[in-house]
Design a protein around this ligand. Sequence first.
Ligand code: SF4
Ligand code: SF4
Length: 227
Amino acid sequence: MHLRLRQEILTKIYQLYDDFIKDYKLACGIKCSACCTLNVMLTGLEAYRILDQIITDKRDDLLQKLQASTKEERFQPLVSTNEMADLCSQGKNPPEEGVESLLSSCPLLEDKVCSVYENRPFECRSFCSKVNCEEEGMADMDRLVMTVNNVFKQYIEHIDSFGVSGNLIDLMLYLHETGNTEVYLAIGKEAQKPLLSNHPAKVLMVPPEHADKVKPIVEELQRIKIN
Ligand code: SF4
Ligand code: SF4
């Protein structure tokens, strides 16, 4: 599917999620940024959108900050969300993932505000808490919201299933390297470590107790059409 169409679908997925989450009472605010760390995972489709904004805005300084962050340890996933779902559905254990550098800030954060807020990836949109993480020391996420988040992440990977996923820093810099965006747009290439190849969603990670509530959301996702 052409990139423009996938981007339109991504916009509608983000809108659908905003509609879902608006009914929850959350502690999250515009300058609340304790969750903005180096450990963000996203798809190439989302990274492309952010990179497009950075290039349009001529924010070379943000690219330099991303480059400088490569010296720091960060979460580099070993399996994609849909691979994880496949492994779980087969009763297999996913590989152990190391989560590091929880305290270092995302290089796209400026004065406690996201510099690409309108185009921030789904993981940032969906990381929300009922309590202030800074005050309480950790987030308190509703279990249904966690399930719905996984479903949305699976769909986003699904529409980018010939693309790649990875840590925000690695993926942004990969796409920015000469020629790699063209490779990404051409689709069908194997990802090089630390990036991962995306996969289609074959089975959704929905526990039985959430099935009824998630069903209409899945139906809405399936109804998303391009104008
Ligand atoms: S998840 Fe926590 S740190 Fe992030 S915006 Fe919400 S309350 Fe703030
Ligand atoms: S992309 Fe924006 S919202 Fe996401 S972690 Fe970085 S600064 Fe925070």
